[in-house]
Write a protein that binds this ligand. Structure first.
Ligand code: KG4
Ligand code: ZN
Length: 368
């Protein structure tokens, strides 16, 4: 008999539930996104996020069970995101998870959201019949985090692997801030990704060099890059007219690529391309040098920004040249979802890591 875990995720702006068997087989995965709620503020508003989670959590869990063809009583354990994330948002999932576990008499498993992102890669690899050789370095690059972990062989298999944090910053946030500055809407990643792709060699109006870090050579720094874009745009009056036109389009609800692309001149396209080159170069270089330092056998890349096409292509090329296998989740498993939480919960359950009704949200939970 397989162990079927109901995963619940509510750390940021997605309410998600999923059922995963034995940490590998996704029986269902439901994600209710709140992007439309937060869009007009250009970022996630914590109070609105909590309220949306409250509205969505019950129907989302019900839908996940229905899609898996199960009843609540068929669930073997409940895995819930404990942190990191927004405290009010986390509390919705945790409280619901606790209540379900308690009333069903089933184990409650606390999950670290970032560990979930690592497991998203294992889930995808399993689907494709591949397995990542350990030790590996795992880059998780999302809205709130850019972290690099070392994953070493655990006691039995990749799913029980222990992970060690190497560094932390936020690349997704840089995408979102730059898009906001340029009047390109929210979230910034997908549209900047597509604009960079069609920039067709538009010359870069400015050059962003590699960031030099003091101290830890593996540290990312996107705040310097964000500031460089901001100063460049402020100093260049030529952008103003276009930015205003795009902001007007956004206000009319025209936020699709097809609608915004005609409002972007070559200079803007060149800037977007140069920004993306700088982000991708930084992520790829530092991850590869970590892989080299740690004699890693493979590279895993996960989190929302892992959906970026240039990042994928660049990792594929560089890893191949270095003789390393590289693994990405599908786009659906890259961004926040609960299948990854259920998968992470399975290995924790097997290791006896359980919570009781005193479980609380931990907004800045670190990966042990
Ligand atoms: O992992 P995720 O869904 O949520 C967090 O845990 O934060 O990541 C969301 C982030 C957003 O900042 C969004 O702009 C970025 O992922 N993103 C992308 C792309 N798709 C989403 N960034 C670059 N290129 C993309 N194609
Ligand atoms: Zn995430």
């Amino acid at each position: 008999m397989s162990t079927r875990i109901l995963g619940i995720e509510s750390s940021c702006d997605e309410t998600a539930a999923a059922v995963v068997a034995d940490g590998r087989e996704i029986l269902s995965s439901v994600v209710a996104s709140q992007i439309d709620v937060h869009r007009k503020y250009g970022g996630v508003v914590p109070e609105l996020a909590s309220r949306e989670h409250l509205r969505q959590i019950v129907p989302v869990v019900r839908e996940a069970l229905a899609q898996a063809g199960m009843k609540l009583a068929d669930v073997d354990a409940i895995g819930v995101t404990q942190g990191p994330g927004l405290v009010g948002a986390l509390l919705v999932g945790i409280t619901y998870g606790k209540t379900l576990a308690h009333s069903l008499g089933k184990p409650l498993v606390p999950v670290n959201h970032l560990e979930g992102h690592v497991h998203a890669v294992f889930l995808e690899a399993h689907k494709a019949g591949r397995s990542a050789k350990l030790p590996t370095v795992c880059l998780i690059v999302s809205g709130g985090h850019t972290v690099l972990y070392e994953v070493k062989p655990g006691d039995s298999n990749a799913q029980d692997a222990g992970a060690k944090l190497l560094c932390d910053d936020a690349a997704g946030e840089a995408y979102d801030k730059v898009a906001k500055l340029l009047g390109l809407g929210y979230p910034g990643g997908p549209i900047l990704d597509r604009l960079a792709e069609v920039s067709n060699g538009a010359p870069a109006p400015v050059k962003f060099g590699p960031t030099k870090m003091k101290g830890n050579a593996l540290d990312f720094s996107f705040s310097g890059l964000k500031t460089a874009v901001l100063y460049h745009v402020r100093e260049t009056a030529e952008y103003n007219d276009e930015i205003r036109k795009r902001e007007e389009a956004l206000a009319r609800g025209e936020r699709k690529f097809e609608q915004l692309f005609p409002l972007c001149g070559p200079k803007t396209l060149g800037l977007v391309r140069e920004f993306q080159n700088a982000v991708v170069r930084d992520l790829v270089e530092r991850t590869l040098s970590a892989a080299e330092q740690l004699s890693a056998e493979s590279i895993l890349v996960s989190g929302g920004v892992a959906a970026n096409s240039q990042l994928r292509a660049s990792f594929e090329a560089r890893a191949k040249a270095a003789g390393l296998d590289v693994f990405f989740p599908s786009r659906a498993l890259s961004t926040d979802n609960a299948a990854m939480i259920a998968a992470a919960a399975y290995s924790r359950l097997r290791n006896g890591i359980l919570a009781d009704v005193t479980l609380n949200a931990d907004p800045s939970l670190a990966l042990a």
